[in-house]
Design a protein around this ligand. Structure first.
Ligand code: NAI
Ligand SMILES: O=C1O[C@H](COP(=O)(O)O)[C@@H](O)[C@H](O)[C@H]1O
Length: 257
């Protein structure tokens, strides 16, 4: 991607991971909801993704959008996910189509499929010897209204791709934590996404050739119930991390990079 890349939600955790890994690799345009504490090193704007004029200013001159902005709380109430996640994503797609943006990468979530984690399957599905896998071809099964908003974002992408041709990659992000996987949380270890792998999968989505995709954004954990085969095949995703390589917060196996 030679054109500028818009990063919405740039002040959040996922934005931080992406910028840490890819700061030098793209001409970034950052979108913040509130003025950032420190002066960014890149072009930026302050705006609300749910405001059509802010969305239009945000996409001006960019070739790709990484859309992270939204309410990330699994317990977020309907009013918030409706405005920030659903309406906000629709406004960003409308603006992107109007601008002729080539690619739209959407931060979807494990919570779009949270209800696959039934009492019958858990906690076994979180363990390395269990072979249950979701691969992105399944219909969403959200376990909360936040998950409904993420599934809706994916479907908005389906519509804007089919009717307007924009290339869309939905990344169902697992559990992003810095430095080491979640401790004493099997589910979180099974869907861990390290900071370097988070940056890498977004770079893969910016560079690969595809039409419409739904992939899982997790590291190559021994414990997993999300397949990363599609991300490997279509995006050439090659994660370096694995939650099994940690004991608590200590790394016991070095990444093979
Ligand atoms: N952190 C994680 O493990 C996961 C994150 N995600 C998704 O990734 C995205 C980013 O998540 P995080 O960085 O963790 O969240 P965060 O809360 O750290 O960052 C989200 C950013 O979006 C901005 N924002 C919220 N509403 C906005 C609006 N209406 N207009 C403009 N900006 C707005 C906020 O100011 C914030 O800086 C979210 O969409 C979240 O649902 C999905 C799965 C896992
Ligand atoms: O989508 C998200 O998922 C992660 C992981 O979910 P959790 O239920 O295991 O915490 C969550 O931490 C993050 O806030 C959310 O945006």
């Amino acid at each position: 991607m030679d054109d500028p890349v818009l990063l919405t939600g740039a002040g959040g955790a996922v934005g931080e991971a992406i910028l840490e890994g890819l700061e030098e690799d793209y001409y970034w345009k950052l979108m913040f909801h509130n003025p950032p504490a420190e002066q960014p090193n890149h072009e930026y704007l302050i705006g609300d993704v749910d405001n059509p004029e802010d969305a239009r200013r945000a996409v001006e001159g960019v070739g790709a959008v990484i859309h992270l902005a939204g309410d990330p709380r699994p317990e977020a109430p309907w009013d918030s996910v409706l405005a920030n996640n659903i309406d906000g994503t629709q406004k960003m797609y409308e603006a992107a189509i109007e601008e002729g943006v080539e690619k739209f990468i959407f931060a979807s979530s494990n919570h779009a499929v949270g209800s696959f984690e039934t009492d019958q399957r858990t906690p076994e599905m979180y363990r390395p010897d269990d072979d249950f896998r979701l691969d992105g071809s399944e219909f969403p099964r959200p376990g909360n209204l936040y998950g409904v908003s993420k599934a809706t974002g994916e479907v908005l992408g389906r519509y804007y791709h089919d009717e307007h041709g924009i290339k869309v990659c939905n990344i169902r992000i697992g559990n992003l934590t810095r430095g080491h996987p979640p401790i004493d949380y099997e589910r979180g270890q099974a869907m861990w996404l390290s900071y370097p792998d988070c940056a890498h999968i977004h770079q893969c989505a910016l560079e690969a050739d595809y039409e419409f995709e739904i992939v899982y954004g997790i590291s190559d954990n021994d414990r997993k119930y999300y397949s990363i085969d599609r991300a490997k095949e279509v995006l050439n995703y090659r994660p370096q991390d694995n939650s099994a390589h940690f004991e608590g917060d200590e790394r016991v196996v070095e990444p093979d990079v």
